[in-house]
Every structure is written in C-alpha cells, then in structure tokens.
Design a protein around this ligand. Structure first.
Ligand code: S3P
Length: 436
C-alpha cells in the first residue's frame, strides 16, 4: 500500500501509542523460559513481535493472546524449550533473530532462523562472533541469515567488548550467558537500551550493571511476573515530530516509556528548540514511564552530539525530517549504523528528502541537512516502517500532496498509525500501490 497525505494544519489532542516493541519481544522471550505464567499487559501486536510469539510457539511454549493487548505466556523453565519442527521465521525483525540466536545456542537441539528480504541482508557476524567465543556453533550465509544454530554445545562465560554499540548484540550475549558456565561480562562502547537487564533483574536473574559493564551469571530459574509494557517512545517520536512542526498544535501522548537509554531524540529535538515536556513520571515493571506534552515550535539546526546516537538510534528518520524543516543546517555524525537497519536509512531518507526539495550532503557515517520548504510529490520508503512514517509526518507541512510508496511494513511497529495521525488532524489515506 501507499500513503497519500494532503498538507493539513494539525489540531492536536491526547493520544496513546502501541506498546514498546523492544520490551514486548523481551517479555515474551523471558516469560517463555521462566517458571510460571507471565502476564504481559499492553503487548505490541505488530508483525515483529508476532514473529517472536510464533517462534516461541514453535519451540513448544503455550501463549494465549487475548484481544485487547494482554498476552499470557506459560513459561516452560530454563530447559523446557523443545525442538522446532520448522524453520523459525522472524520476518522483518533483526531484534527477534539476534535475541533468539543468543537464546537458542545453549539448547540441546538445532534451530534454523530465517527472515524476509530486508532481514536476509542484515549483518549477523556481530552476534556469531561473541556467541562462538562462548562455545556456540552457528552457520550463516557469509555472516547473513539464514542462521543454523547447532544445539548440544556447552557454553562458557566470556568477557566481551562490543565493537559496535548494539542492544541486540548485548542482549543475545546476555541470553546465552543465562546458560553459560561462569560469569559473562559485556562492555559497551556507548550506552544502549537496557530493557533486557531491567527485565532479567525483575525476574530474579543474577545480573549487575554499571560503568558500561554488564555482568550475568548462569541462572537456574527465572520467576514469572506481570509485565506492563509502556507506549513505545520510538512510535511516539512520529507524533512528537508532527506536533513540533505543525503551525499551532499541542498534543499529549499518554504512558510512554522514557527509559533514559531511549530518550536521545527528546534531548536532540529540545536542543533544536522543541517544546517537549515529560509529565507525571512513574515506574512500571522497572521501566520509567511518563506522559509527553508537545507544542509547536520553531526548530533550528544544530550539530548533533554523537554521544546521543545510541540513545536515539531508531529516531533518525524523525530527526532527519526535523532537520529538513529547521532553520539552518543540522549536522549528524557517527550514524553509520543507520546503514544496516531495515533499510540504509541515510541513503533512503536523503533520497526522499531531496525529492521533497531539501539539500543534503551525505557521508559514510554522517549527513548535513540544510533546512528548507518541503514540496509534495512521490517518495519511496523502500519497505522501511520508520522511513514511511517519517515521510508521512513530513507531508503534513509540505506545499502539496505527497505519495509515500511501500508502507505495508508500518504494521511491524505501529499498527493503527494512520488512525492515530488522523485523529490529530492529518489528512492521510491509504491507496493501492500505483506503478511507477
Ligand atoms: C533494539 C535495538 C536497536 C534498535 C532496534 C531494537 C532492541 O538495534 O535499532 O529497533 O530491541 O534491542 P541495535 O541495538 O542493533 O542498534
């Protein structure tokens, strides 16, 4: 499907966004190997987490998905997973594949992990290397999926310095560490999202973190619990952007996760002049949660501090659009990881924004965006959910209608996106793809 968006003045309102994708994946996985029934409230029923759910069912876990967002997982215990009868298909989800590689390399049986076209091109050597050092045996297609994870290998703890800041790699190692003899220590070059660590603590694992170092011991038992999943800040980011660039709007997004390892984009947008306040903070299942209020603001260009990159890793499509409408030039550096996300997000965003009349200088791991006025026309999201939503929001302030191609993947992270944006006043319709 394509989106067709007419320029409209956003009015604003109070909305919610679907549950956090990273936390939903982890709640399913840890619930599956816990003892007892884990109840997950506010689960994100997007395609990526559905792939994780299906994979766990193939491994013999009974999971009940109640309409309205609650999921009940009957944990099978640390050694209760069973051999899957088929290849586990993770669709578009890098998180799913990488976390499962960590989970499965310490099991007694073999598993095959595959994915869609985009996932099949994403780098897996970054997990194969540390897991192999732990004693795992994983075959791949030259470091790309599909992965054949051989079971029956005894794992040992390692001390490992991550070459790239990646919560997915860190989490894969920690999951393997649950099954490894001795202590596993992971050192991070920059802080990345710590949902795995928080949830493991909540469920009783022996894990400590501090000073960029996470230590975990083999765990005999995780305890089932109730996990309340907050709204996904990475989905809220599109609505934050929509309100900021609107002429005169104010929105409130309720119960959004504001874990400090995720809030880099809020810091960056505030530095660009964005009026964003975080209200009524509370802790839910060990995760900070708050309401976010946003008012339209005149944004200006900045040099984005590269130490914030890992804290805003999924928000660069949003930040690129903010830079495109800001006054002056915005400089991004140290963002090379964006080239290996669901698409090459530097190239794909630059292509679309250029088609919308914006001038961008691109380098291997950076971009310089010169703010201007957005025109309408046609852009392609190349099947990347976050790129599609970023362009849809950009279009609300364009001079003419915009068609965004290949938007089906939005369902991987933000089912109901068009309805939520529409409720804030945007004029967006979905149309069958027309041929170029
Ligand atoms: C995620 C980690 C990030 C992020 C992805 C979700 C996770 O990837 O881009 O959308 O849930 O651990 P990296 O840690 O590989 O950067």
């Amino acid at each position: 499907m394509d989106y067709v968006i007419q320029p409209t003045a956003l009015t604003g309102g109070t909305v919610c966004v679907p549950g956090d994708k990273s936390i939903s994946h982890r709640a399913l996985i840890l619930g599956a190997i816990a003892n007892g029934q884990t109840e997950i409230e506010g689960f994100l029923a997007g395609e990526d987490c559905r792939s994780t759910l299906a994979a766990l069912r193939s491994l013999g876990v009974s999971i009940d998905h109640v309409v309205g967002g609650t999921v009940r997982v009957d944990g099978v215990g640390m050694s209760g997973l069973g051999e899957p009868g088929e290849s586990l298909d993770f669709g578009n989800s890098g998180t799913g594949m990488r976390l499962f590689a960590g989970l499965l390399c310490g099991q007694r049986f073999d598993s095959t992990l595959s994915g869609d076209k985009s996932l099949s091109e994403r780098p897996m050597q970054r997990i194969i290397e540390p897991l192999s050092l732990m004693g795992a045996s994983i075959d791949s297609d030259n470091g790309r999926p599909p992965l054949l994870v051989h079971g029956g290998h005894k794992l040992v703890g390692i001390h490992y310095s991550l070459p790239v800041a990646s919560a997915q790699v860190k989490s894969a190692i920690l999951l393997a560490g649950l099954y490894a003899k001795g202590e596993t220590v992971v050192l991070e070059p920059a802080v990345t999202r710590d949902h795995t660590e928080r949830m493991l603590k909540l469920m009783g694992a022996t894990i400590e973190s501090g000073d960029g170092r996470i230590r975990i011991q083999a765990t005999g038992q995780l305890n089932a619990t109730i996990i309340k999943v907050p709204g996904d800040l990475s989905s809220a980011a599109f609505l934050i952007l929509a309100a900021l660039i609107a002429k005169d709007a104010e929105i409130v997004i309720r119960s959004v996760g504001v874990n400090p390892t995720r809030t880099g984009a809020i810091e960056i947008l505030r530095e660009m002049g964005g009026d964003i306040s975080v209200e009524s903070p509370q802790l839910m299942s060990q995760e900070p949660v708050a309401d976010i209020r946003v008012r339209s603001s005149a944004l200006h260009g900045i040099a984005v501090d590269s130490s914030l990159v890992s804290l805003a890793i999924d928000e660069f499509p949003v930040l690129f659009v903010a830079a495109a409408v800001a006054k002056g030039t915005t400089r991004f550096s140290g963002i090379g990881e964006l080239r290996v996300k669901e698409s090459d997000r530097i190239t794909v965003m630059a292509e679309g924004l250029r088609q919308m009349g914006i001038s961008i200088d691109e380098s291997e791991d950076g971009a310089e965006i010169h703010g201007g006025e957005l025109t309408g026309g046609t852009v392609d999201s190349y099947g990347d959910h976050r790129v599609a939503m970023a362009f849809a929001v950009a279009a609300t302030v364009a001079k003419a209608a915009l068609r965004v191609r290949n938007t089906d993947a939005v369902d991987t992270s933000f089912p109901g996106f068009t309805a939520v944006l529409g409720s804030l006043g945007a004029n967006l319709s979905t149309q069958r793809a027309d041929r170029k």
